[in-house]
Design a protein around this ligand. Structure first.
Ligand SMILES: NC(=O)c1ccc[n+]([C@@H]2O[C@H](COP(=O)([O-])OP(=O)(O)OC[C@H]3O[C@@H](n4cnc5c(N)ncnc54)[C@H](O)[C@@H]3O)[C@@H](O)[C@H]2O)c1
Length: 267
């Protein structure tokens, strides 16, 4: 899906008057999610580590000046979340959506990974999402929706162990939150991207990319907009009866349990 096709989503999903927070929004998938939500009419608080928005985020806010607000926020800092919640309370009575998209990786393998690697990745990928939910849920009413961005690593034995362990933990956190918040009418779901072309994967070993494509039924990598479209669906009323799901956005990578290489070998 291209960026111009992504703009047409407004014809299908109307998010007007809905307020959404997206973390890690300065680039990659977070930026694509911000743009697609704004195109669908939502008011987006786009949050990221840097005090100043990236060049791409500046262009996004220029395109949708009434719909995108950039804010500095480190997802691991309780104080930053408290300040964001206070800002949201002063600006609007209700929060409709939260996308815990911010994430980092370490690519060290089992025998090299350090406790510091594990802690750093868990802080952002797991604690960050937990703090986000703790800060934002009190601002949500029935109909609210949370999307946690996991990874195909959360569905498999992906080799970068700190990252994989953190994404499995996030998956557990998501399902527990869906159970806890369901009675309030708040939905919580995971999307699990495969190999998506973003700054995170730009420096990945080319062998990793080729091997992943070989395992992907659709035979290619994904775009940030292809993840954003699924996030938008889960945030929208079109997914009103969907909660606690693990939704892969991976071109089939996690679906075949290793059968693809057998199928390919016999062609
Ligand atoms: N790109 C992929 O192939 C892929 C695959 C599976 C899952 N994911 C997940 O998708 C999400 C987005 O990944 P991406 O590829 O767009 O990554 P990216 O590195 O391009 O963007 C991540 C963003 O998160 C921000 N961030 C990092 N630490 C933060 C913190 N403490 N507080 C606030 N913001 C912080 C970064 O500044 C950056 O803007 C991540 O959770 C990632 O683990 C990505």
């Amino acid at each position: 899906m291209t960026r111009s096709e992504a703009k047409d989503v407004f014809a299908v999903i109307d998010m007007i008057d809905r307020n959404v927070v997206i973390t890690g929004a300065n680039g990659g998938q977070g930026l694509a999610e911000t743009l697609m939500l704004a195109a669908a009419g939502a008011a987006v608080v786009a949050a990221d580590l840097a005090a100043e928005p990236s060049t791409a985020m500046k262009a996004a806010t220029a395109e949708y000046p009434d719909r995108i607000t950039y804010r500095q926020l480190d997802v691991t800092r309780t104080d930053d979340w408290r300040a964001l919640a206070e800002y949201l309370q002063s600006a609007s009575a209700r929060l409709d959506g939260l996308v815990n998209n911010a994430g980092i990786t370490r690519r060290s393998r089992l025998l090299e990974v350090t406790p510091a690697d594990l802690a750093a990745v868990s802080d952002v990928n797991v604690t960050g999402a937990l703090l986000g939910m703790q800060a934002c849920v009190p601002l949500m009413k029935s109909g609210g929706s949370i999307v946690n961005v996991g990874s195909v690593a959360a569905l498999t034995g992906h080799y970068p162990v700190a990252y994989t362990a953190s994404k499995w933990a996030l998956r557990g956190l998501t399902i527990a939150a869906a159970t806890e918040l369901g009675p309030q009418g708040i939905r919580v779901n995971s999307v699990h991207p495969g190999f998506i072309e973003t700054p995170m994967t730009a420096d990945a070993n080319p062998v990793f990319k080729e091997a992943t494509i070989a395992e992907t039924s659709l035979g290619r990598t994904g775009t940030p907009e292809e993840v954003a479209a699924v996030v938008l669906f889960l945030l929208s009323p079109m997914a009103a009866f969907v909660t606690g799901v693990d939704l892969p956005v991976d071109g089939g990578q996690s679906s075949h349990g290793g059968a693809k290489s057998i199928s390919d070998a016999l062609r």
